[in-house]
Ligand binder design. Structure first.
Ligand SMILES: C[S@@+](CC[C@H](N)C(=O)[O-])C[C@H]1O[C@@H](n2cnc3c(N)ncnc32)[C@H](O)[C@@H]1O
Length: 305
């Protein structure tokens, strides 16, 4: 990144963008890809029935003919998802610096398949953790255990040499502080691979309105542990820019990429007033304070923000 630039926010298709980055040019990657790539597939169901004129030959020379019983349209999300991810993860590996790590945030239904894919790209030995982010929000089905967690897979580019700043990680209270003595209790303990953290509070200041926004507390912990002040952090499924917000707080540099102009508009508001951010392919000004003050946005909305 050029001198003087703290963060870069790009409106771009991420595969193309990743291919334009030099090898080993970023120190940490966090991504939270969407599950639904939105491709609809069509499949035709066929039934076979006995028929002397049938085109299919079966057991003991019996003939069958095929009848189309229906066509089902469905989103073939699964196959599509891994095919979508693979070239992006290969690029992620290429652009990570020698000491860099990847945090891959994924849904509990897909995590196993993604782990296998990541093992083939990074190597099985490069897998460090499966972090469980546990929360307690939303409905509770009555026919199974209510699923209340996301998974974050952590890989190092080189498992024998990577950044992990144990001392920088914000410690958490002991569950039973009475059992560890006052000094230890006051210091708190290191979090494990199971992170209890609320979702983004619906009416809190942190809320940007972007539907898939992740909590700043989760990103703060990731950046504290796996990057250093001045490191370059990349999020190429940036959404509302939570990774950038954590980087700004902690003095890291960042590159955020999203192909949805609405995400860029949210980030323009979120980073309003921050110096040293370069916008690529998108003009943030119409979404920022100066324009709002000139009355182009409604007063009510400005107050709410
Ligand atoms: C689950 S959201 C990320 C939310 C983010 N972690 C946050 O805290 O706000 C995934 C984002 O990936 C973006 N995206 C999906 N496909 C993309 C692509 N091919 N290139 C760039 N961005 C993409 C979507 O527009 C969406 O904003």
């Amino acid at each position: 990144m050029e001198a003087g630039v703290i963060g870069k926010v790009c409106l771009a298709e991420n595969l193309e963008f990743l291919r334009s980055l030099p090898a080993e040019s970023v120190d940490l990657i966090y991504i939270d890809p969407p599950f639904n790539t939105g491709k609809v597939q069509q499949r035709t169901q066929i039934k076979t029935v006995r028929s002397a004129k049938g085109d299919r030959l079966g057991f003991q020379g019996r003939r069958y003919k095929s009848i189309v019983v229906g066509t089902k349209r469905f989103s073939d999300l699964f196959d599509d998802y891994l095919a979508f991810l693979e070239p992006r993860l290969i690029e992620a590996y290429r652009v990570l610096s020698a000491e860099g790590c990847l945090y891959f945030h994924v849904d509990y239904r897909e995590v196993h398949y993604c782990k296998v894919l990541l093992d083939t790209i990074f190597g099985r030995e490069a897998f460090l953790n499966e972090i469980i982010w546990a929360y307690d929000y939303g409905g509770r089905p009555k026919n199974r255990w209510p699923p209340k967690h996301d998974n974050i897979l952590l890989y190092a580019k080189d498992p024998s040499h990577y950044v992990f700043n144990t001392e920088e990680i914000e410690r958490i209270p002991y569950m039973a502080p009475g059992l560890v003595g006052p000094k230890k209790a006051a210091r708190g303990k290191l979090p494990t691979d199971t992170w209890w953290h609320t979702i983004v509070p619906t009416n809190g200041r942190e809320k940007t309105g972007y539907p898939t926004q992740k909590p700043l507390g989760i990103l703060r912990r990731i950046l504290q542990a796996s990057s250093r002040p001045g490191s370059v952090v990349l999020d190429f499924f940036a959404g509302s820019g939570t990774t950038g917000a954590a980087a700004l707080e902690l003095g890291r540099r960042f590159i955020l990429v999203d192909n949805n102009p609405e995400a860029l508009a949210v980030m323009a508001r979120r980073f309003d007033g921050e110096e040293g951010i370069e916008w690529v392919g998108f003009d943030p000004k119409p979404h920022q304070a100066e324009v709002r003050q000139r009355g182009l946005f409604s007063k009510k909305r400005v107050e709410k923000e």
